[in-house]
Design a protein around this ligand. Sequence first.
Ligand code: ZN
Length: 82
Amino acid sequence: MKNDLFPLVSKHVKLKTHIGDSLFIGRCPFHDDKNPSLVVNKKYQLYICFGCGASGDVVTFSDMINKKKERKDGRIRKKNKD
Ligand SMILES: [Zn+2]
């Protein structure tokens, strides 16, 4: 099984090269990020956000993205019901 963090994060965040070719930085999808504070380490398949403290690996990231999506869907459903 190929657990690739980088392509997954790239789907949600526009990543820019930060340092060298293994560290990338982008705007965190987990909080209202005005300045890019999400750092992704392509080599070690880890991410950390210096804004909200979110961190982990590909499993944590997809988990957090799914939860965020669920919350969003929940809000939309609630809105339509009112
Ligand atoms: Zn964040």
